[in-house]
Design a protein around this ligand. Sequence first.
Ligand code: GLC
Length: 450
Amino acid sequence: MVDYDLQDIQERCRDLILSEEQLVEVKQRLETELNRGLSKEDHEDASVKCFITYVADLPDGTERGNFLALDLGGTNFRVLLIHLGQNCFDMKSKIYAVPQSIMLGTGEGLFDHIAECMANFMEEQGVLYEELPLGFTFSFPCQQEGLTKATLVTWTKGFKCAGAEGKDVVQMLKDAIKRRGDIKIDIMAVLNDTTGTLMSCAYKKHNCRVGVIVGTGANACYVEKLENTGTWKGPRGPKAPQRMVINTEWGAFGDNGVLDFIRTVYDDEIDQNSINPGKQQFEKMISGMYMGELVRLVLVKLVQENLILGGHGSDMLFQRGNFFTKYVSEIEGEKKGEYNSCRMVLEELGLGHANDRDCAAVRYVCECISRRAAFLTSAGVSCLLDRMGESDVTVAVDGSVYRFHPHFHDLMMLKIGELSPHIQFDIMLSEDGSGRGAALVAAVACRLER
Ligand code: GLC
């Protein structure tokens, strides 16, 4: 195995490597932002909104029944039919694409599409005439006024459907179903994917208190004491809930400039070319929607400075969006010094002229970007763990980046351990939180209704 001298490349990537002090600073700044989001006076202007989810009861494992679930929030839309039985979790589901034309169309168009997929699915499953309880995982920032009322505050992750912001998405779904007139459903709850992830894990692990998504977007929720939530408008006191799941929406951390001290020229470029400039700054440094593009921007810079590929790029490389986030996982999944996948990726990008040193450099860039994402996520989790102050906590995580990146889990274990040395924690992949979690929140709501 040859070890290449990548000093010049490392020098160029220095800004992407966060020091211990910087991560501690990120963690402290997040703490300040969380407090602002939760405070009655500061909430309005806060960038990290800390929305109240109205999910106060975690599942205890006794939930039973048949449920429908909808999952909208990433590149796909899913409809699920879930049976919760004793020790069993039976699930049928179907994935439907959300075409770009719908993502950028109107709110009505989006919800008509959702209702249509749902009706098709119910017919296929033979439940067209049943009125099943439904949990709706809608993974965008929403101001909730109850379990079944959620006003969309702003679109994220490449969605921009006109006429939906400021509206209650449950009502929009009901209206779309009414327009069709062929199905009936009983919407029990609307929730964020982070909440679903937390619930799905809490069903098995009773010390689960945090749900994290590192997928198309990046976000986390956690269990907060009600006394710390100044924005809670409901009853307080011994008969009121004592705790509440808070959807932090930490993807928007930094939108007020507090992360400028670590943002790089690449982050600026990502932001400026996005459909929501100035928004979701933390998310743009972490999530799968931007990770591959960040790598591409660094590579372009290195080519332009004649530091890799003999100074020769390709049309493909120079075009936005062509370096997929899954490439990062593929390239880093190889043993050090082996470049088969890396070569395949580079060939796909019209860079067949890459030599081994170029491959080593590309891998190095991928590592810088993915480590930074894992460490920033860890700083966030560590902040939540310190805040809750419980001694032994399970953190539920889901999302394509966490799932498919070969080292993300280990990097998080390492960094959270360093940043929160006195807290015992574990990180668990939450199997299909958006689907199961929706059924569980609906189930808990049914249980309480009864
Ligand atoms: C975006 C959404 C947030 C969601 C996250 C992960 O940040 O705003 O609601 O949880 O993506 O899907």
